[in-house]
Design a protein around this ligand. Structure first.
Ligand SMILES: *[C@@H]1O[C@H](CO)[C@@H](O)[C@H](O)[C@H]1NC(C)=O
Ligand SMILES: *[C@@H]1O[C@H](CO)[C@@H](O)[C@H](O)[C@H]1NC(C)=O
Ligand SMILES: *[C@@H]1O[C@H](CO)[C@@H](O)[C@H](O)[C@H]1NC(C)=O
Ligand SMILES: *[C@@H]1O[C@H](CO)[C@@H](O)[C@H](O)[C@H]1NC(C)=O
Ligand SMILES: *[C@@H]1O[C@H](CO)[C@@H](O)[C@H](O)[C@H]1NC(C)=O
Ligand SMILES: *[C@@H]1O[C@H](CO)[C@@H](O)[C@H](O)[C@H]1NC(C)=O
Length: 589
């Protein structure tokens, strides 16, 4: 139980006003590098060179520690009244390596306190790093971490850790028992250097624990299945939970159950109700892909509803800069929440200059569409607590070529929620399924300047006065055999004049019953170097990183709604808010 003696000072800390003033963001003045204890003025006399180290690129409400490298979210959980987020963290530097489990806690998923790393490289079996893993809450209520230890030659094995003191409300210290590593890469066909990222555990009809581990098996990718009575002694099941020869290795498998059309989450560690589907998410090719199917209890296997051999066609959790995601069941609100890592899109020397690299995407509620074919995601409602100064418009008409400026809200830290309603759908161009093989290519070719029958229409963000720099997030509607296919693009190719950035045009398609739904929604969270968008009620999500020069120089940007398609599009509703800074990883004293 959360000891009230500890709860109070903690709550007070969370209630303190955000440290907006101490960061001096948004103010005028020279850029500062605060990576070390002294302050350096960069380019104090130059107007032209806007520095990548500007604090203005640091996010205001997306999760990040004060400095250094982070990547995968690890073992998120809700425990005794607090959310815990662990994450791959190099305490020494902004370059990947020497991974520990960074640790932060929150009462609301938005404001975070930073604790000391929960796992450090202390043993021969994790000498090269405490890599990704999960937390499972055991039957007696104790949480257990399973993580991958990388030994001196980066061979991998799965290791366990328990809280050192269950009465500590923050679970600051974790103990690695002598039985570690608990799972070695033994058995035919396994590659010890491709064996990692254990999932959260679940129990089968025989009452035994099961977990999956990402691996290369006989040169193919597999989610290996392991069983245990006590969560400490594990045996490998003679077949994987699922495997595929369409790639060589899966990282960060995530396995969970969901009821179609029900946005409540299910706790995979408990019995799963009738009618539930199972989802297997895997990370490969720098993105997170998923399959929906059933968990065949008799054969102890995941069986996808459809097997798609070409992995380019697998649906994605996010079509942008998003990787190594990890979900958990939030017992507080009965929902499933997914976290994912977004890396920087600048160079590693930029990262060295900045002193920080990597953020986590906004935690998202995740559930299954009523047809059971598509995952939906939406920012957790708690993020709305940061909104202020809301503005709203109704009934905007966008003819071909129209550009409507959204004024009166902060343009660098904002939440924009908008709906588009085509006047007619007759002019939608025909859909070509070959576009699905390379949606980025299609977003480049059919970009915001290329008029179509229905679309492009959407948002222009982070725009400099003359639109020299801007990012677009837009839709294009196509007619397919049955329904409509909607393309959502997040085009970064003109997002910054700074050289050396990674600026693709991200894109994903979703099938949509436009005749019935009429409206296509777009929600975009703008957070300085982040443009994170949710299209069609969360059917396609795109996380993007941007570093406009204008943001540093002018400390301002513009937001517009536009339509470059032939058909007129209505905006029945547009709402936007400025977003406050969250309390982000203040160190617990
Ligand atoms: C990892 O730690 C060692 C010291 O233990 C240090 O020499 C090395 O530079 C560190 N590597 C990174 C990438 O931080
Ligand atoms: C365990 O945590 C509780 C609560 O923080 C503390 O009072 C106690 O001293 C701790 N025990 C040990 C052995 O550290
Ligand atoms: C790959 O898997 C498919 C079924 O998923 C199978 O038809 C095919 O023979 C396999 N190819 C190889 C090389 O094993
Ligand atoms: C959704 O699922 C939850 C958890 O299983 C259940 O309690 C609830 O009744 C379901 N809601 C609907 C509308 O079916
Ligand atoms: C990270 O960023 C680079 C571009 O800077 C990109 O090419 C890479 O695939 C990204 N994702 C991951 C998971 O490393
Ligand atoms: C709309 O099309 C015109 C003409 O091609 C182009 O100049 C303009 O930049 C486009 N708008 C956007 C947002 O790309």
């Amino acid at each position: 139980m959360l000891n009230p003696g500890h709860g109070w000072p903690f709550l007070l800390l969370l209630l303190l006003p955000p440290f907006e003033s101490s960061l001096r963001c948004g103010g005028a003045g020279a850029e500062e590098a605060t990576a070390h204890s002294h302050r350096v003025l960069l380019y104090p006399h130059s107007e032209k060179v806007s520095s990548i180290v500007s604090r203005k690129y640091r996010t205001g409400y997306h999760f990040q520690p004060p400095k250094n490298w982070i990547n995968d979210p690890n073992g998120p959980m809700y425990y005794n009244g607090l959310y815990h987020l662990f994450y791959q963290y190099n305490p020494d530097s902004v370059i990947p390596g020497n991974k520990t489990w960074g640790h932060s806690v929150s009462a609301d998923l938005i404001n975070w306190l930073r604790l000391e790393p929960a796992l450090d490289r202390t043993e021969p079996y994790d000498a090269k790093g405490c890599w990704s893993g999960s937390v499972t809450i055991l039957a007696d209520g104790r949480p257990a971490i399973l993580y991958t230890g990388a030994d001196g030659v980066k061979n991998q094995a799965q290791c366990i850790a328990f809280p050192s003191n269950n009465s500590d409300p923050f679970l600051r210290e974790w103990t690695k028992p002598d039985s570690n590593p608990v799972i070695r890469p033994n058995g035919p066909g396994l590659n010890p250097s491709q064996f990692r990222d254990p999932t959260t555990g679940w129990t089968g009809p025989d009452g035994q624990w099961r977990i999956a581990v990402g691996a290369e098996l006989d040169g193919y990718s597999a989610a290996l299945l392991y069983k245990s009575e006590d969560f400490v002694h594990w045996t490998r099941v003679d077949h994987p939970l699922y495997s595929s020869n369409s790639s060589a290795m899966w990282e960060c498998p995530d396995f969970f159950a969901a009821l179609p059309g029900n946005s409540s989450g299910l706790d995979i560690s408990s019995a799963v109700p009738n009618g539930a589907k199972h989802v297997l998410k895997v990370s490969l090719d720098s993105c997170d892909k998923y399959m929906i199917g059933v968990y065949d209890l008799e054969r102890d296997r995941f069986v996808p509803d459809t097997v798609v051999d070409d992995r380019r066609l697998w649906p994605r959790i996010d079509y942008g800069n998003y990787y190594a995601s990890k979900s958990f069941f939030d017992a507080k609100k009965g929902r499933r929440i997914i976290w994912g890592w977004a890396n920087e899109s600048d160079s590693s020397s930029d990262d060295v200059a900045k002193g920080w690299a990597g953020i986590q995407a906004i935690p998202r509620r995740i559930w299954l569409d009523s047809d059971g074919k598509q995952l939906l995601q939406w920012p957790v409602e708690e993020v709305e607590s940061l909104r202020r100064n809301g503005i709203s418009h109704k009934g905007i008409e966008l003819k071909k070529g129209d550009l409507f400026e959204i004024k009166g809200t902060d343009t660098l830290q904002a939440d924009v929620d908008i709906e588009f309603e085509p006047r007619t759908m007759d002019k939608a161009d025909p859909f070509d399924p070959s576009w699905l093989l390379d949606t980025e290519k299609h977003c480049r070719e059919a970009d915001a300047t290329a008029p179509g029958g229905l679309g492009p229409f959407g948002l222009v963000l982070m725009a400099s006065d003359n639109l020299e720099e801007h990012t677009t997030v837009h839709f294009r509607v196509y007619k397919s055999q049955h329904k409509h296919m909607i393309l959502m693009c997040s085009d970064l190719r003109r997002s910054s004049l700074r050289p050396g950035l990674y600026t693709p045009a991200y894109g994903g398609f979703f099938e949509f019953d436009l005749e019935k739904e009429r409206r296509i929604s777009l929600r975009t969270l703008i957070d300085r170097s982040v443009v994170e968008s949710f299209g069609g009620g969360g059917r396609v999500c795109v996380m993007a990183r941007v570093y406009p020069m204008a943001l540093v120089k002018d400390s301002d940007a513009r937001i517009y709604v536009f339509n470059n398609g032939t058909s007129t599009v209505m905006v029945p509703q547009l709402k936007a808010w400025s977003m406050r800074r969250a309390q982000m990883n203040v160190k617990k004293g």
